[in-house]
Each structure stands twice: as C-alpha cells, then as structure tokens.
Design a protein around this ligand. Structure first.
Ligand SMILES: [Zn+2]
Length: 311
C-alpha cells in the first residue's frame, strides 16, 4: 500500500457512520501535469473533484465508477473527474476561450458566477444489465463540497458531510455518511446514533487541510477518532488511469455523422483527436474514416463518452 495515494474506509458502529478518507499525491500530480497551463484556482477545483470522485466511488453500494462533471457559467466551462471501480482516476478541465482567472478566484467565480452552473454525477455500475445513472442539478452553495453535500441530501436521504482540500501537489477529502440500517445490531438507540453523528461531525470539522493533505492518512484518522471504537473496512490505492483507445475515439467520430467527418476531411488530410484526459493524439485519415463508417467496430460495454474534441 503506497502512502502517497491512499483511500481508507472505516465504520464507527456507535454512530452507525461510515468514514471514507482519501489522499492523492502521485495520481493528482499526473492529472495536474497533463493540464499544465491552468492557473492555481482551476487546479484547486480539479484536485477537489478528483478526491471527491474517489470518495464517491468507494462509497457506492456496488463496485462502480463515478464521473463528476461541472458545466460552469464562468471562466471554467467544463471540469470532469472520473474514478472507476479499481480506483483508476482521470480528470480534465476546459476554460472558456480567452478567459482569465484571477489568482484569488473562488469556486463560485470559476463555475457559478451567474448562478447558472450545473453539476452532474454519473454512477456506472459497470454491469452489462445495469444502466448508468445520471443526475443533473444546479450548483448549490459556494463550494464543490457544499454542492455535493446538497446533492447527496436530496438523492440519498442519508446524513452526509464532505470536506475537500487541494494544495500544490496533493488533494484530499473526507466523507462521513450515516448508514440507517447498519447500526441496529450494535444496540445503539436513535438518540445515541444522532449524538454519535454530531460528535463525529464536530471532530471531523477540526481537521486541518495540512493534516489531511500531508500526514499519513491512517495516523490522521486514528488521531481524530482516538476515543471511538473504529472498524477498518478496507484500504485502497487510487492511481492515474485513462481508458481511452483508438477504437473508442473512432466510435466517438462515428457519432458526429458521416457528413461532419467528410467536411473535416475536405479541409485537412486527416481528423485529429487528442484525448482531453491524457493528451494522447489519435489521427484518422480518409481510409480510416471510411472504414469507421462502413465497418463499425463492435461496441464495448460501458463506455461513457469523454469530452474528446475533434480538431
Ligand atoms: Zn486518454
């Protein structure tokens, strides 16, 4: 288990509460290095989204992937973070053309300056018989963590608290979720569970960004919940992973339609597509494109479209 990219899940029976904590270093550095021209506030947002996507993927009741997408109304038009069931993580961010971002810009300034920002969460169970679930909501609150908390309160009706941090080369997060049915066997009363929940929320509130970003994650959790009876559920290692392939990009091109692709080919010798997540270039000449439309490749299961853009 590497300490630099580390996710742990704990259960605190008395409060019937699950604790998910994540610390990203290597994987976050890689995402950041693939978007080197973005200013610090944009990196900050993307780092928090990466941490949140890991926490949400780990909190699903099934093995599945989570895609967080923000469609902003300010200088950031699109930001995406994806974490699959194996904790493979990728992210991308796009600015509006010529948009400038002040070094002190808040998350509201970046993505919700006119109150028109939208936030969507795609949960993909990665099972052939189960369809991905997508929820799209307005961006509520001033920060990403507030928007996700508000979304979870509406959709899951579980008490949830989320803290997200990103600074320089590290991103981290902590998610508390009260489980309504798991505490029954331990004999705690509803009052004791609520009291426990309030106590854990207050403890988590005392956590500083530098503790969660820089210190050993398990030690931080032990220190924070030293007086609680804590069960370690599991530990995992998030890592950077982009599942883009030539076949997937080819399928994306066919969705543009034969007229659009022919029109691009009338102006240039090939259609070039660069993966927005990992910057891998793909090129399709006239022969490749004819083959795409005449001899489509078999579809793979569960291929959520990425925001690749033909150029
Ligand atoms: Zn890629």
């Amino acid at each position: 288990m590497t300490q630099s990219d580390h996710l742990i899940r704990l259960f605190i029976p008395e409060a019937s509460t699950r604790v998910h904590a994540v610390q990203l270093q290597g994987s976050w550095r890689q995402i950041q290095s693939l978007h080197p021209d973005e200013p610090a506030p944009a990196h900050h947002l993307l780092g928090e989204m990466a941490a949140a996507s890991c926490l949400l993927s780990a909190s699903l009741k099934y093995e599945g992937s989570v895609t967080l997408q923000i469609h902003g109304d300010g200088p950031i038009r699109l930001a995406v973070a994806e974490c699959n069931a194996q904790m493979g993580l990728r992210g991308t961010i796009k600015r509006a053309q010529d948009a400038q971002i002040a070094p002190t810009a808040s998350q509201r300034d970046l993505i919700n300056c006119s109150g028109l920002g939208r936030f969507s969460l795609i949960l993909d169970p990665m099972q052939p018989h189960q369809k991905p679930y997508q929820g799209i909501v307005s961006f509520v609150g001033d920060t990403l963590s507030e928007a996700i908390e508000s979304y979870m309160a509406q959709s899951e009706q579980l008490q949830s608290r989320l803290w997200l941090f990103c600074k320089g080369e590290a991103a981290a997060g902590l998610l508390l979720q009260q489980m309504p049915h798991e505490g029954g066997h331990c004999g705690s009363t509803p009052d004791a569970r609520q009291e426990g929940w309030n106590r854990l929320s207050m403890l988590a509130q005392t956590l500083t960004a530098s503790e969660l970003l820089e210190e050993d994650l398990l030690s931080v959790m032990n220190k924070l919940f030293w007086n609680e009876s804590v069960r370690l559920l599991d530990e995992r290692s998030p890592r950077f992973h982009c599942p883009c392939t030539r076949a997937r990009v080819g399928r994306m091109l066919t969705t543009l339609g034969v007229e659009e692709v022919t029109s691009i080919l009338s102006e240039q010798p090939s259609v070039s597509v660069t993966c927005d997540f990992c910057n891998t270039p793909y090129s399709f000449d006239a022969v490749d494109c004819a083959r795409l439309f005449n001899d489509p490749l078999p579809t793979e299961q569960s291929t959520l479209p990425g925001p690749q853009t033909p150029q």
